[in-house]
Design a protein around this ligand. Structure first.
Ligand code: COA
Length: 339
């Protein structure tokens, strides 16, 4: 890439549905317990869109996006590109990026969706960074939003997956920055498709067409609920998180002690703790909020980054490391010198 500019995060926003769902509440729906969930994942509660609400993936994204735009001090009309990361789009097609564009009344700028699950925000940030660094665009709106609750199997059959995930949205305005020594210093992306089915939702899809669902719907068919090979995911996650954080440090000639704030994708507190220990990071060098929100997939990094920034834990000049691993398998990192 011929780099003309750098890119920086100029505004952050988040939106969490009000409806809190505790572990004790889940225990009334399935055979699980608060202690089991906390011990294995660190999660104490998550947010689910209320059953009677019309809220969805795009509309939550709009709320996060509006806050990010306001904080960036720009107008929605200054947005040159929308990049929307989700695994739970409102529709099969079109993507949720164009829905955001319509809901926000943003003219005819391009809008694209990224389908990289838990790594979605890092992939989306990488796209924004490339367009900005080449001088093509000045302000890119990057959104991660997930509406998981509607698709989870909230019975004992689905408990391994369903206790982990929550709904929510986060957004960042990524803007042109003149100083190449600051802003997004690097992004690093990887995938390994041989594990595609190990964390997946098969139907409805072109492999399981919608008419099949209506005609032959079998609630016991596991293809219609998210599947996760939890132990394989865990084992790969700790390795890949470590590799890709190491890759970003090496690329930028930095040591783990140079990280002011690591914001890992909020997959599981035990994974984040493993990574923290591996790099010898102190508690104040890592931000976790999975206790309150569960795993919000593509939304987890922008929500956590937004919250860390709101709490004054990210400041100008800080080295902020974002890192994610998830379905695909896909994983990635980005090192940012905060402006
Ligand atoms: C999902 C995860 C917490 C499960 O923990 P685990 O130690 O691997 O648990 P297992 O799947 O081996 O199941 C252990 C037992 O707990 C039971 N169990 C599973 N989910 C349960 C739940 N929600 N409540 C109570 N018991 C549960 C299992 O049925 C099993 O019972 P058994 O021993 O009688 O067969 C863990 O594998 C994990 O965190 N994986 C990574 C998940 C992740 O990060 N996903 C997001 C990726 S981005």
């Amino acid at each position: 890439m011929i780099k003309k500019y750098s890119s920086k995060i100029s505004g952050l926003g988040k939106y969490l549905p009000e409806n809190k769902v505790t572990n004790d509440h889940l225990s009334t729906l399935m055979d699980t317990s608060h202690d089991w969930i906390v011990e294995r994942t660190g999660i104490e509660e998550r947010r689910f869109i209320a059953k009677d609400s019309t809220e969805g993936t795009a509309s939550m994204g709009v709320k996060a996006a509006q806050q990010a735009i306001d904080r960036a001090g720009i107008s929605k009309d200054d947005i040159d590109l929308i990049v929307f990361a989700t695994l739970s789009p409102d529709y099969y097609f079109p993507g949720s990026g164009v829905l955001v564009q319509d809901l926000m009344g943003i003219g005819t700028c391009p809008a694209l969706d990224v389908r990289n699950q838990c790594s979605g925000f890092i992939y989306a940030l990488s796209v924004a960074n490339q367009y900005i660094c080449t001088g093509t665009y000045k302000n890119v709106l990057v959104i991660g939003s997930e509406h998981h609750s509607g698709g989870l199997d909230l019975t004992t059959r689905g408990r391994t997956v369903s206790v982990i995930f929550g709904d929510g949205a986060g957004a960042a305005v990524v803007s042109r920055h003149e100083n190449p020594e600051e802003g997004v210093l690097s992004t690093h992306l990887h995938s390994e498709g041989k594990h595609a089915k190990e964390l997946s939702l098969i139907g409805p899809s072109t492999k399981k067409w919608v008419h099949e669902v209506f005609e032959n719907y079998d609630p016991n068919d596991p293809d219609y609920h998210p599947y996760m090979n939890g132990q394989l995911v865990f084992k790969n996650a700790v390795v890949r998180f470590s590799e890709v954080i190491g890759e970003a440090l090496t690329k930028n000639n930095l040591k783990p002690s140079d990280i002011d704030m690591l914001i890992p994708h909020q997959a599981n507190l035990r994974i984040a703790q493993f990574v923290q220990k591996k790099f010898g990071l102190q508690d104040d060098q890592v931000y976790n909020n999975i206790m309150r929100y569960g795993n919000t997939t593509a939304a987890s990094i922008p929500i956590a980054t937004c919250e860390a920034w709101e709490e004054g834990k990210i400041n100008s000049g800080d080295h902020v490391m974002l890192a994610a691993f998830g379905s695909g398998f896909t994983w990635g990192s980005s090192l940012i010198k905060w402006v």
